[in-house]
Design a protein. Structure first.
Lengths: 362, 310
C-alpha cells in the first residue's frame, strides 16, 4: 500500500470521527439522565419518557433494561442516576447502598404465558400445578393434574418446555415468591430470589427475550409481565385465586389486587421487603401482582458528575411519573398507583437533597 | 554502546510494541487471579468441580460450563474443519480462476460478520432447521440413546456447536488456503509426474506438506470457538448449574463465556463478582493449555513424521 493511500485512509478516519462527535454532541443546555434495571415496567417507563420529552425537550432520559439485578448493582456502584427494580432492596443490599429511597412507580401483573399449538386461550391452572411444572415434576401437557383443571381442552401428549429468566430479575423474584407461597416443595428446594437454581428449562435474559422464546417455541410455558404478553399476542393462564376463582391477568384484576396493599405503608427510606400483593383475598384479584420501584439516592450528590440542575431534572421526572405519568399506565395494562402510594411518594421525593440542599420537586 | 542509527531506533520501537502483547497477557492474568482469589478461598477446588451455580445460596461451581465450552467447541471443530479444508482445497486446487478470487473474498467477508448477527440468525433460522431436521428425527427414532434424549427445542449444545462451526469456517478456510497455495508447484508437478491423481496429490502431498500450517489454522479457529460469547448465549439456552451438566446434545446448557456475559453485571455480592472473574480465569487457562498443547503437537508430533516439511 502506498504511503499516500495510508494517509488518505487516516484522514478519512479522523474526519469521520470528528464529524460523528460533532453530530452527537448535544446542545449545551441538554440534561442527560441515565438509568437501567427492571424490564418489568419498561413498556410503561418508555411511554413516560416519550411523553416527558414533549413536556421538557431539553431533558433526555435513557432507560435501558438489563434486569432488576443489574439495576441494583449499577446504582450500588453509582454508575447510573437512578435504577428500577421490581424487587425491593434486601437488608444486605441496603447496607451496600445506604440511603437509597424506594419510589413505587406502578403496579403490574406477572402472567404465565404459553404456546400450545391448537390452544389459543382458556388454559386454567392452580398455583401448586404451576409450581410443579416449573419444578419439573409435571412434565407433559396431558398430565392428569392439568387435564383435570381443563376438561374442555384437548391437551397434547407433548413435553412441556419451561422458559425462565437467566438474569437477576425482579420478575423472577416475585414469581418465585408466589410459588413459595403456594408450594412447600418449592419453598424448601428452590425458594425465592432474583436468581434461583432452576431445575428444568431454557433461560433467557429479560422479559422480552423470554416472551419471544415462548412465542417461537412450541409447547413452551414461561412467566412475563402482562404488557409483554399482550404485545407478543401470546395466550396467558387463568390462575385460581384464594377466593376459588380462575382469574385472567387484566388491568381490572391487577387493580383489584392492588386494593389489598397493606396499610400503613412504609416510608420511602424504610424497607419495602415485606410489601407484597401476592395471592390476595379479593374475589376478582389476580394472584401474582407486584409494585415495582424506582430507586434513587436520598442525597444525589453521591453520584459522580451530579449537579443541582441534573438532580432537579431527575426528581421532577420521577414526580411526573408518579403523578401525570400514571395516566399512561392503564393503556399498557399497569394499574395506576392508589392515592396513598402517591402521597407517600410525594413525601419521599420532597426529602431528596443535593449536597444537603432540598431539590425542588415540581 | 551501539550507535543511534535509524535502524536501531526502529528496532527499539518495534521491541516496545511487541512487549505490549506480553504485558497485556500478564495484566490480564493478574487481574483475573487477584479477582478470583475470593471465590477460590471460599469454594476451593469445588469451584471447578462443583455443579451448582446458585447466587442466592452463594454456591458457585463451573464444571457444567467447562464441559459446555469443550462440547460446543468440539462440535464446531468436528463440523467446521472438514468444511473449511474442503473450501480451501477447492479454492486453490480446483476452482477456475474466475471463481477463485470472488469466492476467496466471500469467505473472508464471512469473518467480518459480527457475532451478534450470527446469533440472531441462529435464533431465528438455524435453530428451527436443527430442531426440525436433526433433533426431532434423532429424538424420535434414537431417543433411547442418552446423547439424543430429552426434549428437542432447538436451544442447546448442538445448535451452539453448529453456529460456532459456521463462525470458524472463514478463519480456518482462509489461513488453510494460504498454507495450501504456499505448497511449491515443483512438488505437485513431481507428484503428477510419477502418475498421481489429483486426489492423491492433494491427500499425500499438499495436505501433508501444509500439515503444520493447517493445524495452526485449526487452533486459531478453536480459539475463536472457545471464546465466542454473544452468538452462543443467544442459542445455547443458558441453563445454569446442575441442569446444564451435559447429557444430551439437545439439552440447554452453558459455556464459560455465556455464563460470564449473562450474569456478571447482575452481581449482587463481591463473592458473586469474584465467581464470574474466576470463570474468566478458568477460560483463560483452558485457552492457554490448548495453545500450549497445540505448539507441542506442531513441533514434536507433526514434524518428526516423515514427509512433512515446514
Amino acid at each position: 500500500m502506498k504511503t499516500t493511500h495510508i494517509l488518505a485512509i487516516a484522514l478519512i478516519a479522523i474526519i469521520g470521527t470528528v464529524v460523528t462527535y460533532a453530530c452527537l454532541s448535544t446542545a449545551p443546555n441538554t440534561i442527560s439522565i441515565n438509568a437501567f434495571g427492571a424490564t418489568f415496567p419498561q413498556p410503561f417507563l418508555t411511554a413516560t419518557i416519550i411523553e416527558y420529552s414533549t413536556i421538557k425537550p431539553n431533558i433526555q432520559i435513557n432507560y435501558q433494561g438489563g434486569g432488576s439485578g443489574r439495576g441494583v448493582s449499577g446504582l450500588t456502584n453509582k454508575v447510573i442516576d437512578f435504577a428500577c427494580s421490581d424487587a425491593p432492596l434486601t437488608k444486605t443490599q441496603r447496607a451496600a447502598a445506604p440511603d437509597v429511597l424506594h419510589i413505587p412507580e406502578t403496579i403490574g401483573a406477572i402472567t404465565i404465558a404459553y404456546n400450545i399449538p391448537g390452544i389459543d386461550s382458556g388454559l386454567k391452572l392452580t398455583g401448586p400445578v404451576i409450581a410443579d411444572i416449573f419444578f419439573g415434576t409435571i412434565k407433559t401437557w396431558n398430565d392428569p393434574a392439568i387435564v383435570a383443571l381443563n376438561p374442555d381442552l384437548t391437551l397434547p401428549a407433548r413435553d412441556i418446555v419451561v422458559i425462565t429468566r437467566s438474569d437477576g430479575s425482579g420478575t423472577t423474584n416475585w414469581f418465585t415468591k408466589y410459588l413459595s407461597l403456594v408450594s412447600n416443595n418449592w419453598k424448601t428446594h428452590i425458594g425465592a430470589n432474583t436468581t434461583v437454581e432452576w431445575k428444568v428449562g431454557i433461560s433467557q435474559s429479560g422479559n422480552s427475550a423470554v416472551a419471544s422464546t415462548i412465542t417461537t417455541t412450541d409447547y413452551a410455558i414461561g412467566y412475563i409481565e402482562l404488557s409483554y404478553a399482550l404485545e407478543n399476542k401470546v395466550p396467558v393462564v387463568a390462575i385460581k385465586n384464594p377466593a376459588g376463582n380462575f382469574i385472567s391477568p387484566t388491568l381490572e384484576s391487577t387493580t383489584a389486587a392492588a386494593q389489598s396493599l397493606p396499610s400503613p405503608l412504609p416510608l420511602g427510606s424504610d424497607s419495602w421487603e415485606d410489601i407484597a400483593i401476592l395471592n390476595t383475598n379479593g374475589d376478582q384479584a389476580y394472584p401474582i401482582v407486584t409494585p415495582t420501584y424506582m430507586l434513587v439516592y436520598k442525597d444525589l450528590s453521591v453520584i459522580p458528575g451530579m449537579t443541582m440542575e441534573k438532580a432537579t431534572a431527575i426528581v421532577q421526572y420521577i414526580w411526573y411519573v408518579v403523578h401525570d405519568g400514571q395516566q399512561l399506565a392503564s393503556a399498557r395494562q399497569y394499574a395506576a398507583l392508589p392515592s396513598n402510594l402517591v402521597e407517600i411518594n410525594e413525601r419521599t421525593l420532597s426529602t431528596i437533597t443535593f449536597n444537603g440542599e432540598a431539590v425542588p420537586t415540581h | 554502546m551501539t550507535k543511534l542509527t535509524g535502524d536501531n531506533i526502529f528496532k527499539c520501537i518495534v521491541a516496545v510494541i511487541a512487549a505490549f502483547a506480553a504485558i497485556i497477557l500478564i495484566v490480564n492474568a493478574y487481574v483475573l487471579i487477584t479477582g478470583s482469589v475470593r471465590v477460590f478461598s471460599v469454594s476451593g477446588f469445588g469451584f471447578i468441580s462443583g455443579r451448582s451455580w446458585n447466587p442466592g445460596a452463594s454456591t458457585f461451581g463451573v464444571l457444567p460450563a467447562i464441559l459446555g465450552t469443550l462440547i460446543t467447541s468440539g462440535i464446531a471443530l468436528l463440523v467446521g474443519v472438514p468444511l473449511s479444508l474442503g473450501i480451501a482445497i477447492f479454492i486453490v486446487e480446483m476452482a477456475p480462476r474466475a471463481v477463485r478470487v470472488p469466492f476467496s473474498y466471500l469467505i473472508e467477508m464471512l469473518a467480518a460478520v459480527p457475532s451478534v448477527i450470527y446469533g440472531l440468525w441462529g435464533m431465528f433460522v438455524l435453530r428451527f432447521w436443527v430442531l426440525d431436521y436433526i433433533e426431532t428425527p434423532l429424538n424420535t427414532y434414537l431417543g433411547w440413546f442418552p446423547l439424543f434424549s430429552g426434549t428437542p427445542t432447538g436451544y442447546g449444545f448442538l445448535t451452539a456447536g453448529l453456529i460456532l462451526a459456521i463462525m470458524i469456517i472463514p478463519t480456518i478456510a482462509s489461513v488453510s488456503r494460504e498454507v495450501i497455495s504456499a505448497v511449491p508447484n515443483s512438488i505437485k508437478e513431481a507428484a503428477y509426474g510419477i502418475g498421481a491423481t489429483k486426489g492423491e496429490v492433494i491427500h499425500h502431498w499438499v495436505l501433508s506438506y501444509g500439515r503444520s500450517g493447517i493445524f495452526g489454522a485449526i487452533i486459531l479457529g478453536l480459539g475463536r470457538a472457545i471464546g465466542e460469547t454473544m452468538a452462543v448465549t443467544m442459542v445455547i439456552g443458558n441453563a445454569a448449574g446442575a441442569k446444564g451438566m451435559p447429557v444430551s446434545l439437545f439439552q440447554p446448557g452453558q459455556t464459560l463465556p455465556s455464563l460470564i456475559a449473562g450474569g456478571f453485571f447482575d452481581s449482587q455480592t463481591p463473592l458473586q463478582s469474584s465467581a464470574y472473574i474466576g470463570a474468566g480465569l478458568v477460560l483463560l487457562v483452558i485457552s492457554l493449555l490448548i495453545n500450549i498443547a497445540a505448539h507441542v503437537m506442531v513441533t514434536r508430533v507433526l514434524k518428526v513424521k516423515g514427509g512433512a516439511i515446514e
